[in-house]
Design a protein around this ligand. Structure first.
Ligand code: NAD
Ligand code: AKB
Length: 320
């Protein structure tokens, strides 16, 4: 196996994959980054792209061998809201996709895996605030159930086969470069686009539904940091709690109004509000901070400023 690092991002067209592939390319050279997804992206990419389902073991193995892949970032998944509508498919993708990649590591075809879990592993029986790493995990969505099982698989493969698989429980992620797909926290991305384009947004969560959230820049920083951390510093092999912000739709509305005074939000909570109701409001991530030096850069005001600035520029350019 080559000593040079070669990265494969599975689910590279998604909300995180779009940003992560570019960050890895800037850091390690685009020729060392391969993206893969069900279909080719609409825009030309700087990295190599290969069409492949993570469930197609043979094709995935060929890609790994063709590019001498060392590190896999497995991002393909059904998220919470989409998962509730496709229970069997959500379980299949979220679990069998992970097993395929873990088995490539077991067969020594790859060296290191990043696989994200979620705050969705927690449920209504978990305390609401400052949720500890080892708090009760009794999820009430198929997404949360599959993430919890996935965490156990990661821990099991590490303990039994020595697989170097690293994981963090992302909170809801917000960025301006990509759109989310089928999550409960997607409102916090949509709200910015609608604020800038139409000055009005209909929100599917209730106004005081506080959730743990994070700016995409910080999520990418955490992802790359945990993968680069010395192996001895990774003490938790199911998944690390990770935290930076907690806010409600009402609070983000107020922040956006500092930039767009006429912005209006109508609250029409739907079934996604029920999913969010079962999740914590804030997370204690002391183990991430202690073990591999995690620290977020963005507070709510800084994040909102950055998103409004970048999206305003983008929509202005599109108009010209
Ligand atoms: P996303 O839905 O935006 O992207 C997933 C990508 O996977 C899509 O491009 C999709 O086409 C692709 N995909 C679907 N089925 C596939 C298959 N069979 N083979 C290959 N690719 C396939 O998701 P995301 O928001 O980028 O999330 C990535 C990971 O991070 C997921 O595991 C998710 O659970 C986790 N996560 C995300 C958030 C968040 O707020 N975005 C929060 C917590 C955890
Ligand atoms: C979702 O809402 O499903 C995701 C998550 C918090 O895991 N954003």
């Amino acid at each position: 196996m080559s000593l040079k690092k070669k990265f494969l991002v599975i689910g590279s067209n998604g909300q995180i994959g779009t940003v992560l592939t570019n960050k890895l390319g800037e850091k390690h050279g685009f020729k060392n980054v391969v993206g893969s997804d069900l279909r080719a992206p609409e825009q030309q990419t700087k990295f190599v792209f290969e069409e492949c389902s993570v469930l197609d073991k043979d094709r995935l193995e060929k890609i790994i061998s063709k590019y001498s892949i060392t590190d896999v970032y497995l991002l393909a998944a059904y998220l919470s809201a989409k998962g509730e509508k496709n229970i069997d498919n959500a379980w299949d993708l979220n679990i069998n996709g992970l097993l395929n990649v873990l088995n490539f590591a077991k067969e020594k075809k790859i060296q290191k895996i990043f696989w994200p879990s979620s705050i969705a592993v927690f449920g209504p029986t978990t305390p609401k605030n400052n949720v500890d790493q080892y708090a009760i995990t009794e999820p009430t969505t198929i997404y949360g159930v599959s993430k919890l099982a996935g965490e156990s698989l990661c821990n099991y493969y590490h303990k039994k086969f020595g697989i170097d698989v690293r994981s963090i429980r992302y909170p809801g992620l917000i960025g301006w470069e990509s759109m989310p797909g089928g999550g409960t926290t997607d409102y916090a991305v949509d709200i910015f686009h609608e604020a800038i384009k139409n000055e009005e947004y209909s929100c599917f969560l209730s106004e005081n539904r506080t959730l743990p959230m994070m700016y995409m820049d910080d999520a990418i920083k955490a992802t790359i940091s945990i993968m680069e951390a010395p192996i001895a510093s990774i003490k938790i092999r199911n998944s690390y709690n990770l935290s930076s912000l907690s806010f409600s739709p009402k609070q983000i509305e107020s922040e956006i109004k500092k930039h767009i005074k006429s912005f209006k939000v109508i609250y029409s909570p739907d079934e996604r509000d029920k999913l969010a109701e079962g999740w914590p409001q804030s997370i204690n991530d002391n183990h991430s901070r202690k073990d591999w030096g995690w620290e977020p850069n963005f507070n709510l005001t800084q994040m909102v400023n950055d998103i409004i600035l970048n999206l305003s520029k983008r929509y202005k350019k599109e108009k010209v």
